[in-house]
Design a protein around this ligand. Structure first.
Ligand SMILES: *Cc1c(COP(=O)(O)O)cnc(C)c1O
Length: 427
């Protein structure tokens, strides 16, 4: 597969954009390669500037549950654009999308639109601190909540020591206000609350972590998080930026019945345009300006094009057959990949849920951050590169999940399996 034109663009890009990309994982560094420049995308397929075609398993890292360029979404955006791209004043579409989300999430009474998942989580934490009058926050190792300072924190040397910045430029003072606990380890959370019973404003968690590869909650973990936050007067924030409308028309909270105090959303609700949102109980959300004193604003928030794309996407997803169909296709693909691996290269561990899955290059059972880290990223890099050569575009990192969309079909599954077979036969 030729890549001369991609390489030319990458050369130009590196001169004017840090690392040549506008979001680090796109640079293919963690798979030891360089990025392809995409010219267009349709359904389940990406086409690069050299004219190569790929079956896409990233779906823009989550938003594109309907696949690329869904005709109804494209039409909705075009119609909205013809009426103006931004007003700096309220419009009906903002209310419609807010109503649809509030209807789908019993725990969301009111919602505020922002422009990214990062903005949503950053604002939710500010609100939680304001509401509780407390400063500290708990997050989990391996969970991702966007790139605001408070979340770019890694565990300190021991449990309950202050967190450390995971990026230069994040101050030690900010890091000290974030406690990093272990996902699926309720004891680590209990210990934090025992140490700081009156100081923790919120626990933020991806109910199904999908940013260290896919991890599933062990029985009772999320229920116990709900109970312990209530007991200590802290808020529970479900970061459903990925899981919102990805698994069901609603969130993982809809499936589990566990109601968080605040929820953050993004990705699917924007239908491929830049949208995030945070919402929750009346009494908490009424603290947000201008109803309350907690400041948060956005020049392009509730943008009419983005709202139109989100509404069009959710309307299609109201036909629940969509979720069933994608899930069945995912089970088929993962099931057959598993069989293939058992026959040939028995070092992949699979996690799957709904339309998401991860092939971990390890023979351990993967259920927490530590077992995730047992993955051999060099093997993943090789598998990624060889699959790409075969026309299958997997996530360019072992720690990003594969997404299936409603546009994927049996032919994609068959072609992917044949590609995997050829790759594994060469090993
Ligand atoms: C992607 C993601 C974010 C950040 O959203 P951006 O739109 O990239 O800023 C936050 N939380 C989770 C769980 C995510 O997957």
């Amino acid at each position: 597969m030729g890549r001369e034109i991609s390489d030319q663009w990458y050369g130009r890009a590196q001169k004017v954009i840090p690392g040549g990309v506008n979001s680090p994982v796109r640079a293919f560094k963690s798979v030891g390669s360089t990025p392809l420049f995409i010219e267009r995308a349709q359904g389940s397929h990406l086409y690069d500037v050299d004219g190569n075609e790929y079956i896409d398993y990233i779906g823009s890292f989550g938003p594109l549950i309907l696949g690329h360029s869904h005709p109804q979404v494209v039409e909705a955006i075009a119609q909205a654009a013809a009426k103006g791209t931004s007003y700096g004043a309220p419009c009906a579409a903002e209310v419609e999308l807010a109503e649809m989300i509030c209807d789908a999430f019993p725990a969301i009474d009111k919602i505020r639109m922002v422009n990214s998942g990062t903005e949503a989580t950053m604002s939710a934490i500010r609100l939680a601190r304001a509401y509780t009058g407390r400063d500290l926050m708990i997050k989990f190792e391996g969970c991702y909540h966007g790139h605001a300072d408070s979340f770019l924190i890694q565990a300190g040397s021991g449990l309950l020591t202050a967190g450390h910045p995971s990026s230069p430029g994040v101050t030690a003072a900010v890091a000290e206000q974030t406690i990093v606990c272990r996902y699926n380890d309720i004891e680590s959370v209990k210990a934090a609350f025992e140490q700081y019973p009156h100081d923790i404003a919120a626990v933020i968690v991806e109910p199904i972590p999908a940013n260290m590869g896919l991890i599933l909650p062990i029985p009772d973990f999320l229920e116990e998080l709900r109970a312990i936050t209530r007991r200590f007067g802290a808020l529970l924030i479900f970061d459903e930026v990925i899981t919102g409308f990805r698994l069901i028309y609603g969130g993982y909270q809809t499936i589990s019945g566990i109601e968080p105090d605040l929820t953050t959303l993004g990705k699917v609700i924007g239908g491929g345009l830049p949208v995030g949102a945070y919402g929750g109980r009346f009494d908490i959300m009424s603290k947000v300006a201008p109803e309350g004193p907690v400041y948060q604003a956005g020049t392009l928030s509730g943008n009419p094009l983005a709202m139109a794309a989100g509404i069009a996407t959710l309307k299609i997803l109201q036909d629940r057959d969509y979720y069933d169909r994608i899930e069945v296709l995912t089970q088929l693909l993962v099931g057959r990949l598993k069989t293939l691996c058992e026959e040939r290269l028995n070092f992949f561990a699979f996690n799957e849920y709904g339309s998401m899955f991860t092939m971990f290059c390890t023979d351990e059972y993967v259920w927490d951050y530590q077992s995730v880290m047992s993955s051999d990223t060099k093997i993943y890099a090789r598998f990624h590169q060889e699959m790409l050569q075969e026309g299958v575009y997997l996530p360019p990192s072992q720690f990003e999940v594969c997404f299936i969309s409603a546009a994927h079909d049996l032919i994609d599954v068959e072609r992917t399996l044949q590609a995997a077979k050829r790759v594994m036969d060469r090993w």
